[in-house]
Design a binder for this molecule. Structure first.
Ligand code: SF4
Length: 590
């Protein structure tokens, strides 16, 4: 109920009541599987269906994601981060989300990818110290020194961390007289009737030992947590007596033992540098020195019998100054966007509107699904119609059989959408280009490709690819509405990049000549073709390099157009789209 009512889904209270009524004694999720209540308002119905789709999608990828990534996926799939940021205390809420993700990462490092366990852990944390957890999240990046217990530092990271008093670790002796382990072993202590001495009964000693081992392991886990909170520098300070076995159990004793710091045995005072696996550890030694007797001699006492604090040159008033550590080198500002892999659709998106590319591919805003979110539109968005047509053509579905597969994929499709999709499929199947493809040997629909250029992996799918005698034919269907435009005008320069990526992919696959054909299914008899020969490869690669450089440069400017703005997640959120002054487009084009 909480999830459904929250901004994750955001259904109305009426919808919650109807959902509960639809399955009064059954799990709340059942109506999603057996059928949602028909009385639901259209908006609630859409929200429920969208949630169900996302939920199923996320549930499928759970085994492949870490807890941290899963949390991030849940947040971004539901645009929960945007919803939180839109609140007056959005920064704090967003910081809490980030903290939760880091907490999940730390939890997984220690306990594995146990979702249930993590949820339980968070609930327990909430029960015992939610306020402290939240306050820390808000100030984690603050310009301040924070004093934290190790427990409350879990999941956080700081540039510099000091683990203080690391030479002390006195676990309080357990007063438990009756001990029991989860595996069923148990024991207790009883007084010997003859001597009155307390002795363990049953498996008390073994159980006690097992508990000690468990406590020790838990302590080591805590030390590990404490010492992995630092990003740039970790300082562990404390005093131990290397002769004492108990001190080896303290955080600093544990670290020195793990480092096998034999160099310290010979050193007296001062700084010793330990080099381990390329890491440099400076250990400053202040060995115990008994105070000179003269300082305590009666004559050192003042007239009032008080110790004269500043008397006697031999008395070290302060420990020697700490060794000066090398200054932290400043980290260069990361580039706004460093692209390592690009799909051709990303390139095309960048070509259409670089600001939308930024919103979707860098910030992670999800394109709107169009159902009700684009003013004046209902049913499927243009992109969804395009997707449905591509899937039908890939599987060779006839125009008369589109209803069931489309509704299975897009339950929100209207009759009008179904008619349009059937028309587009029919248009392609009767087109001259489809007939030409049928003559060719083995045309391959939805052929995946990938190649590397300038350190960037270009990848994508070709709607149809066919090759014969070193001559490749690449077909790309377009389902956009042309309105008054001709196919040539509709393509403008927006698809130049996409076209050259197709050509380069075919050349890399061994073709000598590549014909790239765009066909608008509204007018399949007017395909727009462009042929490339191998000699043009150098020029195409130079153009691609320039496009990649433009993306790497990180200059993102809105260039509104009907095609670009339809379904854009930035529209009316961070960009006015078509209502931008004409200047924006002119500037961008300049
Ligand atoms: S609304 Fe239009 S102009 Fe603005 S980012 Fe989206 S596509 Fe570009």
């Amino acid at each position: 109920m909480t999830v459904l009512a929250s901004p994750l889904v955001g259904v109305s209270n009426d919808a919650l009541v109807l959902l509960r009524r639809a399955a009064p004694k059954r799990p709340l999720f059942q109506p999603f599987e057996k059928g949602l209540p028909p009385e639901l308002a259209a908006r609630d119905l859409q929200l429920f269906r969208a949630f169900h789709q996302r939920f199923e999608r996320l549930a499928r990828v759970v085994p492949t994601l870490s807890l941290e990534r899963l949390l991030e996926a849940i947040i971004s799939e539901h645009d929960y981060d945007l919803a939180a940021l839109a609140q007056w205390d959005g920064r704090r809420r967003y910081a809490n989300m980030r903290k939760l993700a880091r907490l999940a990462r730390s939890y997984e490092e220690l306990r594995g990818p146990d979702i249930e366990g993590f949820v339980r852990f968070v609930r327990e944390q909430e029960a015992v110290g939610a306020r402290e957890l939240e306050a820390v999240a808000e100030e984690e990046d603050g310009d301040a020194v924070r004093l934290l217990t190790i427990h409350s530092a879990k999941g956080l990271e700081f540039k510099v961390v000091v683990v203080a008093d690391a030479g002390r670790d006195r676990a309080a002796p357990s007063p438990d007289e009756i001990l029991c382990l989860p595996d069923g072993r148990f024991g207790f202590r009883v007084a010997d009737p003859a001597t009155g001495e307390r002795r363990g009964a049953f498996e008390y000693d073994a159980v006690r030992e097992a508990e000690r081992e468990e406590e020790k392991a838990e302590r080591l886990r805590l030390y590990y947590v404490a010492m992995t909170r630092a990003i740039d520098r970790l300082i562990v300070s404390g005093a131990i007596d290397p002769e004492k076995r108990a001190d080896a159990e303290t955080p600093i004793g544990w670290v020195l033992d793990r480092l096998e710091a034999r160099e310290l045995d010979e050193a007296e005072h001062g700084t010793v540098e330990l080099l381990r696996d390329g890491a440099s550890l400076l250990v400053r030694l202040d060995r115990y020195r008994p105070e000179p007797l003269s300082a305590l001699a009666p004559e050192a006492l003042g007239s009032e019998g008080q110790l004269e604090l500043f008397a006697g040159e031999d008395v070290p008033l302060l420990p020697p100054p700490a060794p000066r550590l090398p200054d932290l080198s400043s980290v260069p500002e990361p580039p706004l966007h460093h692209v390592r892999s690009l799909s051709y659709s990303a390139l095309a998106l960048f070509g259409r509107c670089s600001y939308r590319y930024y919103a979707e591919r860098v910030v992670g805003m999800r394109p709107s699904d169009g159902r009700g979110s684009i003013p004046g539109q209902s049913g499927l968005a243009a992109t969804e119609i395009g997707d449905a047509v591509h899937v039908l053509l890939e599987h060779g579905v006839g125009a008369g059989d589109v209803r069931d597969p489309v509704l299975a994929r897009y339950p929100a499709a209207t009759e009008e959408d179904l008619v349009r999709i059937a028309e587009l499929v029919r248009a392609w199947q009767g087109s001259p280009l489809a007939l030409r493809l049928a003559q060719l040997e083995r045309p391959r629909p939805e052929l995946a490709f990938a190649f590397e250029h300038d350190g960037v992996l270009l990848h994508g799918r070709l709607d149809v690819y066919a090759e014969s005698d070193g001559r490749a034919l690449v077909v790309d269907y377009k389902t956009n509405r042309l309105e008054e435009l001709t196919p040539e005008e509709a393509l403008e320069d927006d698809y130049a990049l996409q076209r050259l990526v197709y050509a380069l992919a075919a050349f890399r696959a061994g073709a000598e000549e590549v014909e790239v054909v765009y066909v608008f299914l509204e007018r399949p008899e007017e395909p727009v073709a462009r042929t490339f020969v191998r000699a043009e490869t150098g020029g195409l690669e130079a153009d691609l390099s320039a496009a990649i450089a433009a993306i790497q440069e990180g200059r993102f400017v809105p260039t509104p157009s009907e095609l670009a703005c339809s379904g854009c997640p930035a529209l009316d959120v961070v960009c006015a789209g078509p209502r931008l002054p004409g200047r924006a487009r002119a500037t961008a084009q300049a």
